[in-house]
Design a protein around this ligand. Structure first.
Ligand code: G16
Length: 542
């Protein structure tokens, strides 16, 4: 039976960079999930009889939220709901399912790399029919709807058994519980040379993958250990847990420091990798060599043709603005398109749909391609395995060759987390107010050639996205970018992105922190970071 339930709106349901993310306790408020999900569905006019994909990263409150989503979807006319067994679907696997099943969209429950558990974070994101995150026009419409909502509808029924594969009915809707791994694994087997990677494992490649107690465990075990024959146990923390086993599932040098330390030892793994809460981010570390996400994007663009799925070459590369320009150099050499978009995977969707680009990436540990419409952590690891298997080189040698050919974009990001939101906004406001006087001035002994705020005109749909970060571009090709994160749940996070290009091969193997120290000091000074934030140093350097 369908029940129409009166409700009162919450004013704070504005999605950020990647969906609505809040503390678990916020989502646990009465009708909080129901309101937002109803607001989303109200913005999907063609939902009658349509197919919907539902799944999440397994974090605390995943199962409860999925039951609500299913019951509300069934009451809102969806004809067929595909849900991952146990409520599990990695973000890229959800994107793939939406595409291969011809769904109108999907509801993905995740707060990505943010911590989980009862005191952690939760999130809800809507993906559209191309498999990618809903565009800004949609998320703004859902936000507007959430502020006016006065009823939601749900089917009153017992909970669906999420742990049994197969088909059941809920009111007039078919509910299908599917293996979360199978379709995704089949896609990976089409894109990459599994035989060659298998041979490389057989010949002794030492590999370690940390699923960080989050969603990629079942995928990684199936693909790396079972299909590719990597040694049992190479997948660490491979069982998805509601609190991620206490891990902060953010695959960076702070939260995966143990991988870095192991990789720097002479007897360390040849390749160490990790993914985040929902499986869309990646960390790549070779023996003695951390690969920055910006460099990883460039290497993947330059070598993608070595994998069967990309043997015909790539149409182009897109990167978010704060990502280094390393990939641009590759694209120019290959003679393919290159695009610079705002932060947020959703901005790649139109370019991928239009066939303008094949490979996309972001400095925030996201890399992916036209195979789905999300970034994809395991895809990036498989791409690296495929590159190593064909080139028969160490990660370090691949990087050295790459820098010799294209030059090196030294890069680092400094994050000031959970700072006072008013102070953060004042800092950005003060910078904005000084852009005109900064252009042409000297900073840290270098001339600023351009000082502006990035905006993006989507070449496909003509939409304009403004206020996407303050940029200081220097005459020598180096760059400082200031931006406030759109994914935090407490206060504000200031991100400072620093980049310096080095063409001289004699200077390609320097210590990154030392190279970046002068520009980092210049960034602190020009933005008066201590004065506005009360912080003397960043919380995370990655
Ligand atoms: C999300 C988006 C990414 C973005 C990242 C960082 O990632 O999908 O496109 O680069 O947030 O955003 P911000 O700098 O605003 O925190 P995820 O992995 O959290 O979904």
């Amino acid at each position: 039976m369908i029940r129409t339930v009166p409700t009162k709106p919450y004013p704070d349901q504005r999605p950020g960079t990647s969906g609505l993310r809040k503390k678990v306790q916020v989502f646990q408020q009465p009708h909080y999930v129901e309101n937002f999900v109803q607001a989303i569905f109200d913005c999907v006019p063609d939902r009658d009889g349509a197919k919907l994909v539902v799944g999440g990263d397994g974090r605390f409150y995943n199962r409860e939220a999925i039951q609500k989503v299913i019951k509300i979807a069934a009451a809102n006319g969806f004809g067929h709901i595909v849900v991952g067994r146990g409520g599990i679907l990695s973000t890229p696997a959800a994107s793939n399912l939406i595409r291969v099943r011809g769904a109108i969209g999907g509801v993905v429950l995740s707060a990505s790399h943010n911590p989980g558990g009862p005191d952690g974070d939760f999130g809800i994101k809507f993906n559209v029919a191309n498999g990618g995150p809903a565009p800004e026009s949609f998320t703004e419409a859902a936000f507007a709807r959430s502020k006016a909502i006065d009823v939601f509808r749900l089917v009153e029924a017992a909970d669906i058994d999420l742990d049994r594969l197969g088909v059941t009915r809920l009111h007039e809707t078919t509910i299908e519980v599917v293996d979360p791994v199978a379709d995704y694994q089949a896609l990976m087997e089409r894109l990459f040379d599994f035989d060659r990677i298998r041979d490389m494992f057989r010949s002794g490649l030492r590999f370690s993958f940390d699923a960080m107690g989050a969603v990629t465990g079942p995928y990684a075990k199936a693909i790396f250990e079972r299909a590719l024959g990597a040694p049992d146990g190479c997948v660490l923390n491979g069982v998805p847990l509601p609190d991620f086993g206490g891990h902060h599932p953010d695959p960076n040098l702070v939260h995966a420091a143990h991988l870095y330390e192991a990789a720097m030892r002479p007897d360390g793994p040849d390749l160490s990798a990790a993914s985040d809460g929902d499986g869309d981010r990646n960390l790549i570390i070779g023996k003695g060599c951390f690969v920055s996400p910006s460099d990883s994007l460039a290497v993947i663009a330059a070598n993608a043709h070595l994998a069967p799925g990309y043997a015909g070459g790539i149409a182009g590369v897109a990167r978010s603005m704060p990502t280094s320009g390393a990939a641009d150099r590759v694209a120019r050499k290959l003679g393919v398109n290159v695009f610079e978009t705002p932060t947020g995977w959703k901005f790649f969707g139109n370019l991928l749909d239009a066939g303008l680009v094949t490979i996309c990436g972001e400095e925030s540990a996201g890399t992916g391609s036209s195979h789905v419409r999300e970034k994809d952590g395991l895809w990036a690891v498989l791409m690296w395995l495929n590159i190593l298997a064909v080139r028969r080189q160490s990660v370090l040698d691949v990087m050295r060759d790459h820098w010799a050919q294209f030059g090196r974009n030294y890069y680092v990001r400094h994050d000031y987390e959970e700072i006072d939101a008013a102070g953060a906004n004042d800092l950005m406001g003060a910078l904005r107010g000084r852009l005109a006087s900064l252009a042409g001035s000297d900073l840290g002994g270098k001339r600023i050639s351009v000082a502006d705020e990035f905006s993006y005109l989507d070449p496909v749909d003509g939409s304009l996205s403004s206020n996407q970060g303050v940029r200081l571009l220097f005459e020598d090709g180096s760059r400082i970018v200031f931006r406030l994160s759109g994914t935090g749940t407490v206060g504000a996070t200031l991100r400072v992105y620093l980049e310096q290009f080095e063409a001289d091969p004699a200077r390609h193997n320097l210590d990154v922190a030392s190279v970046m120290a002068p520009i980092a000091a210049a960034a602190v000074a020009v933005a008066e970071i201590p004065a506005f934030t009360g912080r003397l140093k960043p919380d995370v350097v990655t």
